[in-house]
Design a protein around this ligand. Structure first.
Ligand code: NAD
Length: 481
């Protein structure tokens, strides 16, 4: 199924086509679904100029007007759920029901930050001098840029646009070259709700390093917000140093999922399926390592295996499909490599482990491994696919040490009914997001982000907008007469 609409670039509020195009593929069928302009540095420079020109007026709009634009955009996004979800499934592969869920999640960031725009409060601080007052004000950081991945093609964009626009920043978005259509649909929405020209540009192209270099080298771009792999994040952090840009990074993860013997096992299994299989395991917060207490190892494994076995693999547009294709052939190769490495080192395949019969599409079935040890890749690298690896443990101390034994620190999950233990784990697990009896903690009201090599800064919540605001203080003298 090809998409018949034309998708030019969105530069400074204008739709600009380009002769040079590239193919967007459907990972379920390997068919070309659209051809989009392949932007280069020239188009990126135009986007920066437009943002610079629009910045001052945008920063000076009243908060209620920025809030209106964001909430109108959220409403349009929800109204268009069916169309947007279908486009997402066709370009990214996730099942339609999940794509609809992502559109709702994406809209929720616009709604949340529409409200936060009205609450950019300052402070007054008592001074040491009777003659002075100290005032704290917050101002937008200026022109910002977002670089986003393919796995959440809409939500990773709105989670950045929302706070940027609420704060009064302009933004240039460079989405993943694999999922440009969802991004360009977001531009259409903002155009329709009356976003001033230049406040948003969306630049898609197959040479991300060349495109982002323009952003990184330009001193007028005051902040970048990146979601993607840790390796690219580190590269961008180095590049940001030359112009001392503000940075936020939402990077890779390697989430432990810990089940204690006092947990509600059926609950834990249901959440394990969610935490592992959402987006075919291609989520930064996906559970990768399942630490299960030895007393419940057998029963947990059986229950988890039967849930994974029942999941239907196929084209996400079809009814009843809960596992779509992975994004690219290289993603399938990585998953295969992790599974083969584990089996070669003594792991046992309980479910899956072999590519299934589809002729076309980058499919890999839900897979469950037991007898896993810390030497295997699945135990220390982000698999980014539908593979669950179970490792036994016997004490709380041991499992905390194992769970923390990684450079990643994004999300961790643990299941227990012991309140004291919940607090001990919340203190000691070195992760930014902790799901205590919860396999799906992400929500617009909560601060999302990692520690260690999983990132810097937070998105969503009342904290998310601070990433787009500079603090200034005014020392006001001459009070006494
Ligand atoms: P990626 O790092 O390859 O790509 C992310 C973005 O960076 C894309 O827009 C891409 O075009 C661009 N990019 C790629 N190479 C670049 C370079 N050399 N210079 C500048 N830009 C470059 O990651 P991906 O494969 O798209 O996404 C998967 C990764 O993202 C996983 O590691 C996942 O954990 C992470 N992720 C993190 C979060 C989070 O919130 N922490 C959310 C989603 C995904």
């Amino acid at each position: 199924m090809a998409i018949s609409e034309n998708y030019p670039l969105f530069i400074g509020g204008n739709w600009i086509d380009k002769q040079e195009k590239y193919d967007v593929l459907n990972p379920a069928t390997e068919e070309v679904i659209a051809r989009v302009p392949n932007a280069g540095p020239e188009e990126m420079k135009q986007a920066v100029e437009a943002a610079v020109n629009a910045q001052a007026a945008w920063a000076d709009t009243v908060a209620s007007e920025r809030a209106r634009i964001l909430s109108d955009a959220a409403r349009l996004m929800r109204e268009r759920t069916e169309k947007l979800a279908e486009i997402m499934t066709i370009e990214e592969g996730k099942p339609l029901a999940e794509a609809r869920g992502e559109i709702a999640y994406a809209a929720s960031f616009l709604e949340w930050f529409a409200e936060e725009a009205k609450r950019i409060y300052g402070d007054t601080i008592p001074s040491n001098s009777r003659d002075k007052r100290i005032l704290v004000i917050k101002r937008p950081v200026g022109v910002t840029a977002a670089i986003t991945p393919w796995n959440f093609p809409a939500a990773m964009i709105t989670r950045k646009i929302g706070p940027a626009f609420a704060a009064g920043c302009t933004m240039i978005v460079k989405p993943s070259e694999l999922t440009p259509l969802s991004a360009l649909e977001i531009a259409r929405i903002f155009e329709e709700v009356g976003l001033p020209k230049g406040v948003l540009s969306i630049i898609v192209g197959t040479e991300p390093a060349e495109l982002t270099r323009v952003l990184m080298d330009d001193v007028r771009v005051r902040k970048i917000s990146f979601t993607g792999s840790t390796s690219v994040g580190k590269l961008l952090m180095k590049q940001a140093a030359d112009t001392m840009k503000r940075v936020s990074f939402e990077l890779g993860g390697h989430a432990p999922f810990i089940v204690f013997p006092d947990a509600d096992l059926d609950e834990a299994v249901s959440h394990a399926v969610l935490a592992k299989m959402r987006g075919m395991g291609e989520a930064c917060v996906a559970a990768n390592r399942f630490y299960v207490h030895e007393e419940i190892l057998e029963v947990f494994t059986e229950k988890f295996a039967s849930r994974l076995e029942a999941m239907k693999v196929g084209n996400g547009l079809e009814e009843g499909i809960s596992v779509g294709p992975l994004i690219e052939p290289s993603a399938v190769r990585k998953v295969e490599d992790h599974v083969q490495d584990a089996v070669a080192k003594g792991a046992k395949l309980v479910v899956g482990g072999e590519r299934t019969g589809q002729e076309k599409g980058y499919y890999y079935p839900p897979t469950l491994l037991t007898n896993v040890n810390e030497e295997m890749k699945v135990a220390h690298e982000e698999t980014f696919g539908p593979v669950a690896a179970i490792l036994p443990f016997s004490t709380e101390e041991e499992v905390i040490q194992k769970a923390n034994n990684t450079n990643y620190g994004l999300a961790a999950y643990f299941f227990t009914r012991d309140v004291g233990r919940i607090f001990r784990l919340a203190d000691q697990l070195e992760y930014g997001i902790l799901g205590a009896n919860d396999g799906m903690p992400s929500t617009a009201q909560a601060p999302f982000g990692g520690i260690k090599e999983s990132g810097l800064g937070r998105e969503g919540s009342k904290y998310g907008i601070e990433e787009y605001l500079d603090i200034k203080y005014v020392s006001l003298g001459g009070i006494t007469n």
